[in-house]
Design a protein around this ligand. Structure first.
Ligand code: ADP
Length: 340
């Protein structure tokens, strides 16, 4: 494990996971750090290993190799219940026969029962174990449930069953159930995909607000790049089970590490144009000239040295400033669109 594990957050180190019928690992991450307190969004096309990554962090899958640390502690061999995290699933997984309050408090009630048993065992065996935790009382559980419901604005609906709630409200019950235990890590597996477009928009803002209030490390998985860019404080882009890029959304959006990231993020996607570099001036001061049929462009310096030969020029619609249109109009072979 690297020293970075001691810094907190989540550190994945040399993590590999393969499934029996796969021809390559579903996930192969030499090193990935999820900053503490961040709202990290893991994004990528379907099948790129997002859910596998989340399930490995949660302890629902066992890695073939590698380590996982949460807030400095190696949790690779710990069961899910001892990792101090909560997970919200895509389908919310609520118990239909329980009320909102019963759903939210379910984990706390199970934990209290478990703690009571451990306390009882400790007394019976006269070990005098001081570490047997005091089980939460009914009143304490009820108070925690009330606070969690208020946090997600479900107060007044605690006695309803899931069938009596809208999709957005069901999603908030799942969130309250995850937050009620005060986890240091919150894992969210496409939690908004079951909501309609308008609700999803609202739910994104709610999730960001909750995360700010709650202050835990949140990891959300989505295939929706708009969701990723609008919610993340830290963005992780996966492709084919491998890390394509990680960084702030602004960084990843404006300086994609490769053409996959450039094409995947942003709507419309980044324009990618094969061009030739023009050797003129110094690459570090005067910028770099680029040429292609119908196009002449200059990248303002300082620029990184470009490889010799053909390169891809990528620009977003808002990036380029056309200085002159081609003589015969756009798209004509007569002249070139020039710009910076
Ligand atoms: P994503 O969440 O990005 O859509 P997953 O992590 O679910 O991707 O899956 C990554 C790859 O692993 C896919 O090729 C998928 O088919 C495969 N996979 C996921 N879970 C299993 C499983 N339980 N058994 C076999 N293959 C699986």
């Amino acid at each position: 494990m690297t020293d970075r594990a001691a810094l907190g957050g989540i550190v994945l180190h040399d993590l590999v996971k393969s499934y029996a019928d796969g021809d390559r690992p579903a996930l192969d991450l030499p090193e990935l750090t999820i900053p503490p307190g961040s709202f990290t969004v893991v994004v990528g096309p379907s099948g790129c290993g997002k859910s596998t990554a989340l399930r490995l962090i949660a302890g629902l899958e066992t890695p073939d190799a590698g380590h996982i640390a949460i807030d400095g502690a190696d949790v690779t061999d710990l069961p899910p219940g001892r990792r101090d995290l909560s997970m919200v699933f895509q389908d919310f997984a609520l118990y239909p026969h329980m009320t909102v309050a019963e759903n939210v408090g379910f984990g706390l009630r199970i934990q209290a029962r478990h703690d009571r048993r451990r306390g009882l065992t400790a007394r019976i065996t006269r070990t005098g174990r001081a570490d047997a935790p005091a089980a939460a009382s009914r009143a304490e559980i009820a108070e925690s449930v009330r606070r969690a419901c208020a946090l997600v604005r479900l107060d007044g609906k605690e006695h309803r069953r899931p069938s009596q709630l809208s999709g957005g409200e069901r999603q908030r019950v799942a969130l309250a159930r995850a937050l009620v235990r005060g986890p240091s890590v919150l894992l969210l597996d496409e939690p908004l995909s079951a909501l309609d477009a308008q609700l999803r928009h609202h739910a994104r803002a709610e999730l960001v607000r909750l995360h700010r209030e709650f202050g835990c490390t949140a990891v959300l998985v989505t295939h929706d790049q708009l969701e990723a860019l609008s919610m993340a404080t830290h963005l992780v882009v996966l492709d084919g089970g491998r890390l394509s890029q990680a960084g702030s959304p602004q960084e990843v959006y404006s300086r994609p590490a490769n053409t996959f990231v450039a094409g995947f993020l942003g709507s419309p996607a980044m324009n990618l144009q094969p061009v030739e570099t023009i050797a003129e001036g110094s690459a570090t001061t005067a910028g770099v000239g680029l040429r292609a049929p119908g196009l002449q462009a200059r990248l303002a310096g300082p620029a990184e040295p470009l490889p010799a030969g053909p390169v891809s020029l990528g620009w977003r619609p808002a990036d380029g400033v056309p200085e002159a249109a081609p003589a015969g109009g756009f798209g004509s072979a007569a002249g070139a669109l020039t710009g910076t």
